[in-house]
Design a protein around this ligand. Sequence first.
Ligand SMILES: NC(=O)c1ccc[n+]([C@@H]2O[C@H](COP(=O)([O-])OP(=O)(O)OC[C@H]3O[C@@H](n4cnc5c(N)ncnc54)[C@H](O)[C@@H]3O)[C@@H](O)[C@H]2O)c1
Length: 255
Amino acid sequence: MAERFTNQTVIVTGAAHGFGQAIAHAFAWEGAAVWACDLNAQGLGETARLAHHDGLTIQTRSVDVSDGAAVSAFVAEVVAATNRIDVLVNNAGGVLGQVGRPLEEISPLDWRSIFAVNVDGAFFFAQAVAQQMKAQQSGRIINISSGAGLGISLTGIQAYASAKAAQIGLTRQLAHELGAWGITVNNVAPGFVRSNPTTERQWQSYGEEGQRKLLDGIALKRLGTPEDIAAAVLFFASEQARWITGQILSVDGGK
Ligand SMILES: NC(=O)c1ccc[n+]([C@@H]2O[C@H](COP(=O)([O-])OP(=O)(O)OC[C@H]3O[C@@H](n4cnc5c(N)ncnc54)[C@H](O)[C@@H]3O)[C@@H](O)[C@H]2O)c1
């Protein structure tokens, strides 16, 4: 196994579960010092346990990514411990248990809470790591959006499609702002993956016919896995991606 990230410090948000857990594990497997955060303390315990099982260590902390002060305190702790931040993966996000409903039924809180985790979180974290990455004259920021941010959301949730599109805009803008310091900012836009209770419910709701239709529409004729998403994230973080920034990579089996 080539350890592409030895001596590197990597922060992964939303790492208690699903993609974040797979991304944190993949970086640790390739030699990085991984700092994983999430709201879900129990899930973080599982992330740490899985790593330990493979002889790896992942530091875990409970952090609400939509709380700017908590984000700053966490990043300060990482810098104090390791003196660097090489990679930030803004993965925390999702639909927060919401389901698609008609526009007229959406409360301001429904709308705002999805933006808070998917957009504010990525913004606060990028802001918090910028000083350290600028001082290093290097850094990789990878945001996880969604096919929903490039087209429409299968969930029908207006805030989700809008927030992921906003996060893609943030990616492009920060790539230009931070490029002069050797910092790249890229985005992975996953397709549908059965990685959490929401997507599992969604998959079951399609029925056999709908599931077959969804698979037929994918060029590679299978659903993705969290490991498929992690592979793309590690590419953007790797030395091989050194002259790539402001890009959105669809990882969806081909549409
Ligand atoms: N699964 C899919 O089909 C799919 C497709 C496209 C994009 N995505 C995106 O990929 C990312 C990961 O999704 P997943 O499928 O692994 O979902 P997931 O629900 O398994 O993981 C999301 C994690 O984010 C955490 N989180 C939520 N709010 C938070 C907050 N305020 N602070 C800290 N952590 C918080 C959750 O506790 C959870 O562990 C999300 O941004 C999601 O929108 C998922």
